[in-house]
Design a protein around this ligand. Structure first.
Ligand code: ATP
Ligand code: MG
Ligand code: FE
Length: 346
């Protein structure tokens, strides 16, 4: 089936056409575009929800037309319309979902209300056609840091989450502390390449603890103290931060692997999965366990519409379409049983 996918939950406006029947990544992504709002948000040092929603509203409709044209398709030839329905910044989510509803209504096509996190979770199956359920997923993004057993479409068991900051948030805050601007993750990674990861002693919160949860707030505070001390080069602080964060992730993921059921692969997804050092460390961890590591290409890790269209294609194939009155959801955990951990959000 041909699915039109729309993503607008944060600060990328994105549209894609996905061919769910194709057998390779290249053939599955018929056409796609992404407009990043980095320039709009940069003066504020972070994403401003009102600016994001307005930018999505200006960019989205013409982008749908452009992507359909690039795909050589008319709306009539599309089988269903998929859009992120949450979680995310509600103004932006509503722009995307309402646009999808209007297109679905006008062309009389089914609507697919996609969970953005399910988009990240299934991006690995878009990139790697052979990947079978169940797999163990490290979801590391700007708003989430979780380990989930992905048992099937819509079937998630959460093994771990963060008790404070998400991993991408820790990268973004470190970037801010080091004056690297916005968005922070890629800038920290670039700077870390020039530094010595052993130069600055930094804490590794929760390392070795029995529950595989994450914590990054203490690491961020230590980065701030290291900067204020004025002894170390920023390159060394960036490299030491990245190494400490990765050490935590590897330890916590190893712990989760010990408690999960049998899986076919270790998968990493979400924006931070674009980080080359993290991918290398996870490859070694997966090797240790005799599992393949599946990491989508970096452009499918950060927010995009191909993953939303693909999740839509999987849901469409399973007959899981949604009514036109489906609501946008600012919060929407993948695991319905997920309980907050020590007061942290899900
Ligand atoms: P969520 O998916 O939880 O709703 P989001 O959609 O805002 O959050 P993503 O777009 O999936 O998040 O990921 C963005 C995050 O990934 C940002 O925090 C960014 O700094 C981080 N990131 C992107 N590239 C890298 C990189 N190369 N190294 C480290 N972090 C990175
Ligand atoms: Mg972004
Ligand atoms: Fe995301």
């Amino acid at each position: 089936a041909l699915i039109l996918g729309i993503e607008s939950s944060c600060d990328e406006t994105a549209v894609a056409v996905i061919d769910g029947a194709a057998g390779t990544l290249a053939a599955r992504v018929v056409a796609q575009r992404i407009a990043s709002q980095d320039d709009e948000h940069r003066p504020y040092g972070g994403v401003v929800p009102e600016i994001a929603a307005r930018a999505h509203a200006e960019t989205l409709a013409p982008m749908v037309g452009a992507v359909l044209e690039e795909a050589g398709l008319t709306l009539d030839q599309i089988d269903a319309i998929a859009a992120t329905a949450g979680p995310g910044l509600i103004g932006g989510v509503m722009v995307g979902l309402v646009t999808a509803k209007a297109l679905a209504m006008a062309a009389d096509k089914p609507l697919l209300a996609v969970n953005h996190l399910e988009g990240h979770a299934l991006s690995a199956r878009l990139a790697e056609p052979g990947l079978q359920f169940p797999y163990l997923l490290l979801l590391a993004s700007g708003g989430h840091c979780q380990i989930l057993e992905v048992r099937g479409l819509g079937q998630y068991r959460r093994l771990a989450t963060t008790i404070d900051d998400a991993l991408g948030e820790a990268f973004d805050k470190t970037a801010k502390i080091l004056g690297l601007g916005f968005p922070g993750g890629p800038a920290v990674e670039r700077m870390a390449r020039e530094g010595d990861a052993r130069a600055v002693p930094l804490p590794r919160p929760l390392l070795g603890s029995a529950e595989p949860h994450f914590s990054f707030a203490g690491l961020k505070s230590a980065v701030m103290r290291a900067r204020d001390a004025g002894i170390h080069k920023p390159e060394d602080i960036a490299a030491s931060f990245q190494q400490a964060a990765i050490d935590c992730v590897i330890d916590r993921t190893r712990r989760a692997m010990a408690t999960s059921g049998p899986v076919t692969a270790l998968v990493v997804a979400g924006g931070v999965a674009a980080n080359a050092s993290l991918r290398a460390a996870l490859t070694a961890l997966a090797d240790e366990a005799g599992l393949p590591l599946v990491a989508p290409p970096p452009k499918l890790c950060t927010d995009n519409a191909a993953m939303i269209g693909w999740a839509g294609a999987e849901r469409f194939a399973a007959g899981l379409t949604d009514p036109l009155d489906v609501l946008a959801r600012p919060r929407w955990p993948l695991d319905p049983d997920a309980q907050p951990v020590r007061g942290a959000g899900v």
